[in-house]
Design a protein around this ligand. Structure first.
Ligand code: S3P
Length: 166
């Protein structure tokens, strides 16, 4: 079993991956943590500000490649994983790609006051990015879960139900 969670920043990927991993008794992996370790920086903001987004994307692709054969895992991706299709080719090896679909309005509320995301500093740019990526999340996923107004536990329950139907 392999489940890959994709979706925009603030869609709940990390929280869902932790709860789901506990429920299914399998490990979960956060791509951003691998990137951070490989970068030698202390935060994602630092990678973007010092090395640039391009470097971040390179490390993201390297990480996805490293993880291509891993099984029995839940992989939580960064919102920009869909910017390079090759990431999905690597991650899709025998896995389910699940899109956690939250509206921009909900995401904006969730992330207000959170300064950890370099691409959410400017609301207008973030909204543009959201609109650009939405069709990509839809295209690259084989399972979609609307998460607006749902708790993390409710999202996990929905996901588990869908997995049972496969
Ligand atoms: C990014 C999303 C972040 C992180 C980085 C870039 C993006 O992850 O990978 O800041 O391009 O959307 P989250 O989706 O976990 O916030």
């Amino acid at each position: 079993m392999k489940i890959v969670l994709i979706g925009f920043m603030g869609s709940g990927k990390t929280s869902v991956s932790h709860v789901l991993a506990k429920k299914l008794s399998i490990q979960c992996i956060e791509i951003d943590e691998f990137i951070l370790k490989a970068s030698g920086r202390t935060s994602t903001n630092e990678i973007f500000d010092i090395d640039g987004e391009e470097k971040f994307r390179e490390l993201e692709i390297e990480t996805a490649k490293k993880l291509r054969n891993i099984q029995n895992v839940i992989i939580s991706t960064g919102g920009g994983i869909v910017m390079n299709k090759i990431n999905l080719n690597y991650l899709n090896h025998g896995g389910n790609i699940v899109f956690l679909n939250a509206s921009f309005e909900i995401i904006r509320k969730r992330l207000s006051g959170d300064n950890s995301r370099p691409l959410f500093r400017d609301l207008k740019k973030a909204k543009k990015l959201f609109n650009f990526r939405l069709p990509l999340y839809k295209e690259y996923s084989n399972m979609k879960i609307g998460t607006d107004n749902l708790t993390i536990d409710q999202v996990v329950a929905k996901l588990v139900n869908k997995l049972k139907q496969i």
